[in-house]
Design a binder for this molecule. Structure first.
Ligand code: SF4
Ligand code: SF4
Length: 643
């Protein structure tokens, strides 16, 4: 028995039409290849980059995010529209060649039509975050509609066409009066029009946003598989000191200073606006919109003469870069895995290398250089918070199970010193054998790395790793998600091998092990705010909730944006240390969201969130009714000895 695998697409079509098909097809193929070459040569002008992660892991991710479109589908309306147009469109294309699919092809085409209606409705009617509506989008939309309509008409004119609820069952009735003429005369014309539209669309792909059909899957495949919080390492300070050879440029001054993979990623943007919708800097009314930033880079890399153009000032306003809190909401949302934060830090690195910073940023870096903390306070004041607590430093006794890393905020900031004291109560109550570094502790320079001062960061990393090795530290606990992320994801590249634990995980584990005796107090409603560097960067969502809700007197409630959708307090990416022109502070927006839960306490797990929300609470005049409390303070207050 002969099995027909490939469909004869030229059935019922006379030779002149077939010749025309080949001519149009050849022109379309030429234009397509020519356009693609333009993109590929733009990417190739970027710097080299070795792709991280095994091919197998990338394929797995490609299947989940690229083919199943897991991220796209997380937004119901947009996800459904995109799935109908892309997945169904792909099946429709396959049905042209594989008759096995033709049984359902008419129904697939109907779904595609439904996708077009949803897209039209969203563009015309939907008021939330309207998409960029360039004329090009309307043009592409018109071609696709015409293509779909001609496809249905074609099916209607051909009595032997695929079973189709629109073409065969409805439109065929209009062709019936024509008799065989419909198939002999009209069908070939409709077939050629339909084919020409398909070819037109194919030829137009590399010159339009449809290019994302190619670049998005490529980027999803090539995006590095690495810890989320890890930034690129533009140079190796230790090697530079040994060889005396320094890089000619640091960071991105021009578009070709990005790597080929980053340039491919900019080209993959689909203009879906999801990043900008989630961005706290955009919501605060700063100049930054992550989508537009990526678009500017994308447009620049495809322009002739892009290599010689300066990025800073000409294309990107430095204010856009400084407004970023590195909260990663954009990256989390992006369905095609574009890394906005990496690109922004690369551009900041150049501004820092050129000394193009204002006084506040300069002061911050000077403080880190001179006194190894961002507050500009002397090293001996680092331990003042612990006066009367009789803490043991590692210098006095290094035989400990865990190093309690207090951090600069926990040491110098009066509000956060209270959190450090609560931590000491908890550690002692649980009988943990711990020590502190005392005045040997110094900033790990997370803030330097995020602002773009890579040299200062690497120097701090090398010095601290040496100190940890001196005391043979195996475990470190910290209340700061920024310190946590730096030790866990940044320092290992420089040789750190140590278990890094956030205090929320540590406290939750102590409670679980029955080492903390908690007493019920008056019932309180607590809303927990997920700090970006704890949640989105390190996927720690449940431990702080478990710690807070471990006591029956706590009623835990969720803010409307929570877990990976949490909204930044506005302090990250060094924003805590300088001023950005904005209409409304992110901390105030977030605090108001928390107020909607009618909570008595806004729970935090980050010193910077605590400070930002205390300030927001004062601005809104709610400091008497709603308290801002770190989880260590919440649990510390519930310890039996404090009840
Ligand atoms: S990291 Fe946060 S602040 Fe920066 S662009 Fe992305 S969403 Fe906006
Ligand atoms: S960068 Fe990503 S999330 Fe933002 S518009 Fe482009 S594709 Fe969408």
């Amino acid at each position: 028995m002969r099995v027909e695998i490939v469909r004869d697409i030229f059935q019922f079509v006379p030779l002149p039409y077939v010749i025309a098909w080949y001519v149009i097809g050849a022109i379309s193929t030429f234009l397509f290849i020519y356009g693609i070459r333009r993109h590929v040569s733009a990417w190739k002008r970027g710097k080299p980059e070795r792709i991280q992660g095994s091919a197998l892991a990338r394929l797995r991710r490609f299947t989940y995010i690229g083919m199943v479109q897991a991220k796209v589908l997380s937004k119901k309306y947009r996800g459904l529209t995109h799935a109908l147009l892309s997945m169904v469109g792909f099946l429709l294309l396959a049905a042209m060649f594989f008759p096995i699919l033709s049984i359902v092809a008419g129904y697939i085409a109907l779904l595609f039509g439904a996708g077009l209606i949803l897209l039209w409705y969203r563009r015309v009617k939907a008021s939330d975050s309207p998409l960029e509506t360039a004329w090009e989008d309307s043009f592409v939309f018109a071609i696709i509609v015409a293509m779909t309509a001609s496809g249905f008409l074609m099916m209607g004119a051909n009595p032997w066409a695929w079973p189709s609820p629109v073409g065969h069952d409805v439109l065929s009735h209009f062709f019936e009066p024509l008799g065989p003429k419909a198939l002999v005369e009209l069908y070939p014309i409709l077939w050629l029009i339909h084919s020409a539209l398909v070819f037109m669309l194919i030829a137009y792909i590399p010159y339009s946003r449809l290019m994302h059909l190619i670049t998005s899957p490529l980027n999803i495949y090539y995006a590095p598989i690495a810890p989320k919080g890890q930034l690129s390492t533009p140079f190796d300070l230790r090697q530079m000191m040994e060889t005396g050879q320094f890089p000619a440029t640091v960071g991105a001054a021009g578009i070709d200073d990005f790597t080929w993979r980053q340039k491919l990623s900019f080209d993959a943007c689909t203009l879906c606006v999801r990043c900008t919708d989630a961005c706290p800097a955009t919501a605060s009314g700063t100049k930054l919109s992550p989508m537009h930033l990526i678009l500017k880079l994308k447009n620049l890399e495809l322009q002739p003469g892009s290599t010689s153009r300066r990025l800073h000032g000409d294309v990107i306003d430095p204010e856009e870069l400084w407004a970023c809190t590195t909260c990663r909401a954009c990256v989390e949302q992006c369905p095609v895995l574009i890394d906005h934060v990496g690109a922004i830090v690369d551009m900041r690195r150049h501004l820092i290398a050129e000394g193009k910073v204002d006084r506040k940023k300069r002061d911050l870096l000077t403080n880190l250089n001179n006194v190894a903390n961002p507050y500009g306070l002397p090293a001996f004041e680092r331990v003042k918070w612990a006066e009367g607590l009789n803490l043991k430093t590692l210098q006095e006794d290094s035989d400990v199970d865990v190093l309690y890393w207090v951090g600069c905020a926990g040491s110098y900031d009066p509000r956060n010193q209270n959190v450090s004291r609560a931590m000491i109560r908890i550690l002692r109550h649980a009988g943990v054998k711990f020590g502190v570094l005392g005045d040997e502790e110094k900033c790990n320079c997370e803030v330097a790395r995020r602002i773009g001062e890579e040299g200062r960061f690497q120097q701090a990393a090398l010095e601290l790793i040496e100190l940890f090795q001196k005391y043979r530290i195996r475990r470190i606990v910290t209340q700061c998600p920024h310190c946590y992320n730096t030790f866990k994801n940044d320092y290992p590249k420089f040789g750190l091998k140590m278990e890094v634990i956030h205090h929320s995980e540590f406290i939750a584990a102590l409670i679980e092990a029955g080492k903390l005796r908690l007493r019920a107090r008056e019932t309180r409603r607590v809303a927990f705010h997920d700090p970006c560097y704890l949640g989105r960067y390190n996927d720690i969502y449940e431990a702080p909730r478990e710690a807070i809700a471990s006591n029956s007197s706590v009623e835990l409630v969720e803010i409307k944006r929570h877990h990976q959708n949490s909204f930044c307090c506005g302090a990250g990416g060094a924003n805590f240390w300088y001023t950005v022109e904005q209409k409304r502070k992110a901390s105030v927006i977030r605090f108001e969201e928390a107020m909607e839960t009618k909570c008595d306490i806004l729970g935090t797990a980050c010193p910077f969130c605590t400070s930002m929300f205390e300030e927001a609470s004062n601005v809104l005049g709610t400091s008497e009714t709603t308290k801002v409390r770190d989880i260590a303070e919440i649990v510390g207050d519930m310890l039996e000895e404090n009840a």
